[in-house]
Structure formats: C-alpha cells, structure tokens
Design a protein around this ligand. Sequence first.
Ligand code: ATP
Ligand code: MG
Length: 183
Amino acid sequence: MHFDRLRLRGFKSFVEETDFTISPGLTGVVGPNGCGKSNLVEALRWVMGENSARQMRSGAMDDVIFAGTSTRPPRSFAEVVVTLGNPDRTAPPAYNDSPMLEISRRIDREAGSTYRINGREVRARDVQLLFADIATGAHSTAIVSQGRIGQLINARPVDRRRILEEAAGITGLHSRRHESELR
Ligand code: ATP
Ligand code: MG
C-alpha cells in the first residue's frame, strides 16, 4: 500500500484546500521556517488517529483548526483526507475489495472528530487498527519526530518492546487482545 494523496482543509496553517500528490520517490519537502512542513507531517499523523493534542503541538485538539490571522477569520472545522493506493490488494481483509482507500478525519469546534473510511463513518479505533495492521500509524516508527531518537535510547524495556512489536507488524493483534480483555 502507498500513500497517494493528502488533502487538507482548515488544518493548522493550511486554511485553503490543499491537495498534495505523494508520488513514488518523494524524498523531501523543503520551504522556509514556519511554512508548514511540520504541520503537513502532523496532518498525516492526525488522520491516522492521533489523539494526543500535545503530539500536535497543541493545547487542545480544537487548536488544529485554522485559528485565523489579522486578515482571515478563523475556521470552524478542519479536515484531512488521505488516499492509500491498494494496487497489490494487500489491505486488511475488511477493506481489500477496493483498489484504494480514502480515510478522512474532520473536527468541528467543540464537537470532536468524525472518521470515515471510503465514505462510511467509523470509530477512531477502526482507523487506528487499520493503520496498525499495515504497520504504520500515528505512533509508528515510520514517523520520527524531533527528540524521538533520544527517547528511544532512554526508553524503559517495556516501551522499547512496543517499538519492536510495531516493527514486527503485530501491534494490531496486541491492541485487539487488549480490547477483548476489556470486554
Ligand atoms: P520549521 O522549518 O521552523 O520547522 P515548518 O515549516 O515546520 O517550520 P510549521 O511548524 O509546520 O513550520 O508551521 C508553523 C506555522 O503554522 C506557524 O506560522 C503557525 O502560526 C502556524 N499554525 C499552527 N497552528 C495553526 C493554527 N491552528 N491556525 C493557523 N496557523 C497555525
Ligand atoms: Mg518544522
């Protein structure tokens, strides 16, 4: 599976609808300080189900919504849509009949987030499990943010194990076991 496209609307500094094509071979995004490079990576993390505002460098989750500037009013919602190509049909069975998957998350001020997979409303958990099953996700080692390497070196063994499990692609199983134990 491959990230093909990322669309943002009202997410942080991306006030206008912004549509990124993620072509194979893309190796970098460059631009001046404050132009939104980190916001772009955070958008990807957010649509995969990130639920920590701190990880979004925000005080509250509503802070990901465009806050306005001296010349533009704030927005009432933010939306991020990611498109995953599934040409080799390697998606988890529940979604594998589709040549591509479109996952979206929208947040309305004071109303929380709504997630959809191919247009159908799902739980945050479903989106998090989907990405865990394909060995990526908001907390996966595929996204390395500043300070992460230092954390890894100083991590407790139990936390380091979690990283190894993610690398082995069994995080989704682990989450499901935890979920069934809670029932
Ligand atoms: P650097 O090269 O310094 O790392 P960057 O390209 O990674 O910069 P970002 O951190 O992605 O930049 O973007 C920071 C900009 O996003 C700031 O100008 C900040 O004001 C703006 N920003 C963040 N959240 C919001 C929001 N909710 N509404 C409007 N603008 C926002
Ligand atoms: Mg940055």
